[in-house]
Design a protein around this ligand. Structure first.
Ligand SMILES: NC(=O)c1ccc[n+]([C@@H]2O[C@H](COP(=O)([O-])OP(=O)(O)OC[C@H]3O[C@@H](n4cnc5c(N)ncnc54)[C@H](OP(=O)(O)O)[C@@H]3O)[C@@H](O)[C@H]2O)c1
Length: 224
């Protein structure tokens, strides 16, 4: 299996921590990123404790983490996203950058997808760091499921979108750490404007039915 060195920016939050855990557990080298290196180091220790001595995981400030990795995962809230990407411009240029950022808000009627000027958070990051190879993926996985004891989340699929096929392939491959299967290449990066707000629908379903819903694509078994 190809293994990557992955920086998880915002890795101290539930989603980044959960993805970092799954990637490290699958044998990838992970650097948890944070605005404060001590928080990143503490999260890395928490994750390592859940795996074993073989886990290759450490923590660093976001700039050091992004600069040290081949693949950078953005797992920060949409609020502050543009400023964060700008601050990492030099570290993200030429890298595979995967975004699971969902621009979502809540009001009295429940969750909804925000209108984003660039179409999506992933496209916003691509506009800011033109030389990065942006991919959208991992939007629909629940942080609780990622951090759970389940060996694999094999009842779910990871949908991936991107304009650079080599970069998209990286996310397709990384999905194996979570579901045990390749992620599904859904198409161009602009599809992130549909994938990101879809999470608002999943959250709404979760609240109504008191479940952790996910995405599974049917029909692939019939592909020619
Ligand atoms: N939670 C989920 O179940 C879930 C599922 C799918 C996708 N997502 C998406 O994944 C992303 C992260 O979700 P989350 O729930 O983990 O978020 P979160 O806990 O609100 O934030 C994650 C981390 O981002 C950093 N951060 C917070 N505000 C920031 C800012 N203004 N600038 C830079 N860094 C900031 C913080 O780390 P430091 O303070 O240590 O820097 C924080 O621990 C979001 O875009 C969310 O939509 C979440």
């Amino acid at each position: 299996m190809t293994s990557y060195k992955i920086a998880v920016i915002g890795g101290t939050g539930p989603q980044g921590r959960g993805l970092a855990y799954r990637f490290a557990k699958a044998g990838h080298t992970v650097v948890v990123g944070s605005r404060a290196s001590e928080r990143a180091e503490q999260t890395a220790t928490d994750i390592a404790t859940r795996i074993d001595d073989t886990a290759q995981i450490s923590g660093a400030d976001n700039v050091t983490a992004a600069g040290s990795a081949d693949v950078v995962l953005l797992a920060v809230p949409y609020e502050g996203h543009a400023a964060l990407v700008e601050s990492l411009w030099a570290q993200l240029a030429d890298k595979v950058v995967i975004s699971c950022v969902n621009p979502i808000r809540f009001d009295a009627r429940g969750p909804y997808g925000l209108r984003v000027g660039d179409g999506s958070a992933a496209e916003e990051a691509q506009r800011i760091v033109t030389d990065a190879r942006l991919v959208g993926a991992f939007h629909h996985l629940s942080a609780v499921s990622l951090w759970s004891e389940a060996e694999l989340l094999d009842h779910e699929d990871v949908l991936v979108c991107g304009d650079n096929s080599q970069a998209t392939d990286v996310a397709v491959h990384l999905a194996r750490a979570i579901t045990g299967r390749d992620g599904i290449n859904a198409g161009a990066l602009r599809l992130a404007r549909h994938l990101e707000p879809l999470t608002a629908t999943l959250i709404s379903i979760n609240k109504r039915y008191k479940i952790r819903s996910g995405i599974r694509i049917v029909g692939l078994e019939h592909k020619v």
